[in-house]
Write a protein that binds this ligand. Structure first.
Ligand SMILES: CC(=O)SCCNC(=O)CCNC(=O)[C@H](O)C(C)(C)COP(=O)(O)OP(=O)(O)OC[C@H]1O[C@@H](n2cnc3c(N)ncnc32)[C@H](O)[C@@H]1OP(=O)(O)O
Ligand SMILES: CC(C)C(=O)C(=O)O
Length: 518
């Protein structure tokens, strides 16, 4: 089947109703209007804007949305009683494209313990509710709540009666997330085979995620013939949530070869809409959440990064820009390889020789063992540090400090000169840096005046790299040195040593040329 012949699946978004039922996710009127507009921009077909009987605020938000938001059908929920249905009709009155969604539970557990109604009464109430709603609106959805746990024969009976009474959509909820994919697909198939008037209505699915199967169950139902899927942004919803809109939409799109079904969703709006809803509800999107999570298109493993740089379909089944991310993120961390490091260095404007890359890579791996995430600032600092070290006569190896307040610290500094390690221990000065700088002077035999010393964080976070900078005056010339490390003392010692190395190699600047610095 070609793309043009694909079945179109109706996307019914219930972020503003079932999504709002997530504990702590209530939204105010302005926020609901903003989300409703974003849902229209995203291209959803139906927006379930709220449950008008629930509160005056819910009534008002359904009323305002149905009167101001254009481009989608606006739906209001109602229990199967006159008051709820009339209130929903009132909230939607006068708006151009609306739907009333009437629900009544049908499973044995709900009939016996919650509603205390027998089967016949359920059927009668369902018929009466749909008819009453149909007098207020032409577009009626009926949901036999807890359908997935309802006896198949009885479910067929209720669905047939609801359609005969005027329901244009019959929604089959897995209210408690009990279904599994094959089971749920079977429920839909059974209805299609056994309900004589089933072709007079669209079959819809509404899956909860208690077993983490909401998306899988929805896809199975679509495969079995469902034409509408109910879902929420970020999978928000009662308890473990609902079917996630972004996941089901991208599954249909990515596996079009299999499902032969399409939606109207403008997929590059998925990430912005997810961020909007997350910001408004305060429900943080987990980093590894499919489609919209921060890591959804991030690759850290060297072998994957190498594959991605050669041909991105090696490790990506969707393009990040198709869901609204700007680009794939090759995260640099302890699992990365040279290919990704070289690629990032080039992007940052550095051109590394193979030897230089090896040397930066070695320092990068050491840093990555200490730090969870390596930022661009870290990479730049490492490259510049290595650039400076190329000429170094003395290279930093390590230090030890014994210090207590009010006493001169004792430091041992170890440096390498060629193949030889040199060590200097001293008890000196006001603090560890004073002592370490003095140990450098003793080891190298070069005494200079410290004109400037600065240390700053190169990147973010507690484990950020410290970047130290010193300026030394020596024989009327100015020598700068830089050092980086996650350890501030080490960064400062490296900076001092780097400046001394420059003195040794004569790489200074006349002081007169830089009066502003002094
Ligand atoms: C599966 C779902 O997500 S359904 C939607 C769930 N969403 C919500 O409940 C959020 C909004 N709800 C509310 O604000 C309140 O529950 C209200 C305003 C709707 C009702 O409040 P109250 O009148 O105080 O009733 P309460 O919530 O305590 O109990 C629900 C009543 O509705 C009845 N009921 C439940 N579902 C239905 C239904 N589909 N049709 C008719 N009656 C129903 C229950 O049997 C119970 O009746 P009872 O009090 O005679 O035993
Ligand atoms: C109202 C219905 C569709 C519902 O939310 C559910 O059954 O989960």
């Amino acid at each position: 089947m070609s793309t043009t012949e694909a079945r179109r699946i109706i996307i019914f978004d219930t972020t503003l109703r079932d999504g709002e039922q997530s504990p702590g996710c209530s939204m105010n009127l302005d926020e609901k209007l903003e989300v409703a507009q974003a849902l229209v921009d995203l291209g959803v077909d139906v927006i379930e804007a709220g449950f008008p009987i629930a509160s005056p605020g819910d009534f008002e938000s359904v009323r305002r949305i149905s009167h101001t938001v254009r481009g989608a059908t606006i739906c209001g929920l109602a229990r199967c009683n006159e008051k709820d249905i009339d209130r929903a009709g009132e909230a939607l009155k006068g708006a151009p494209d609306t739907r009333i969604h009437v629900f009544l539970a049908t499973s044995a557990i709900h009939r016996e313990f919650k509603l205390r109604m027998g089967m016949d009464e359920i059927v009668e109430r369902a018929i009466a509710g749909v008819k009453r709603a149909r007098n207020l609106c032409d577009n009626i959805e009926f949901s036999p709540e807890d359908a997935a746990r309802t006896e198949p024969d009885f479910l067929c009976r209720v669905v047939e009666a609801a359609i005969a009474a005027g329901a244009t959509t019959v929604n089959i909820p897995d209210t408690v997330g009990y279904a599994t994919p094959a089971h749920y697909g079977g429920v839909i198939r059974n209805l299609r085979e056994r309900v004589p008037n089933i072709d007079k209505a669209v079959i819809s699915v509404h899956c909860h995620n208690d077993l983490g199967l909401a998306v899988a169950n929805s896809l199975s139902a679509i495969e079995a013939g469902a034409g509408q899927v109910e879902c929420t942004i970020n999978g928000l919803g009662e308890r473990a949530g609902n079917c996630s809109l972004e996941e089901v939409v991208m599954a249909l799109r990515t596996r079009h070869d299999y499902y032969q079904a399409s939606t109207r969703i403008n997929t590059p709006r998925l990430v912005p809409t997810s961020r909007l809803v997350s910001g408004i509800t305060g429900m943080v999107v987990q980093r590894n959440k499919a489609i919209v999570g921060r890591n959804a298109f991030a690759h850290e493993a060297g072998i994957h990064q190498d594959g991605m740089l050669k041909e991105r379909s090696t490790y990506e089944i969707m393009r990040p820009e198709d869901v609204g991310f700007t680009k794939t993120d090759l995260v640099l961390g302890k699992h990365s390889g040279r290919a990704a490091l070289a690629d990032r260095a080039t992007a940052l404007g550095y051109h590394l020789t193979p030897e230089h890359l090896d040397s930066v890579f070695e320092a990068f791996k050491k840093l990555a063992d200490k730090k969870k995430e390596i930022y661009d600032g870290d990479i730049a600092a490492l490259i510049e540090q290595r650039n400076a070290e190329v000429f170094d006569a003395w290279q930093f190896v390590g230090y030890e400090i014994k210090a207590s307040s009010g006493e001169s610290p004792t430091v041992t500094l170890t440096v390498r000169r060629g193949n030889e390690e040199q060590r200097q221990t001293e008890t000196y000065g006001d603090g560890p840096l004073d002592a370490l700088f003095h140990a450098i002077e003793t080891l190298t035999g070069i005494t200079a005046v410290l004109r400037d010393y600065r240390v700053q964080s190169a990147t973010r976070g507690k484990d950020a790299v410290a970047e130290a900078m010193v300026e030394l005056e020596y024989n009327g010339q100015l020598y700068r040195g830089r050092g980086t490390s996650t350890d501030t003392v080490e960064a400062s010692t490296c900076a001092q040593l780097n400046a001394i190395n420059r003195i040794a190699s004569g790489a200074g600047q006349p002081i007169a040329e830089r009066p502003d610095q002094l």
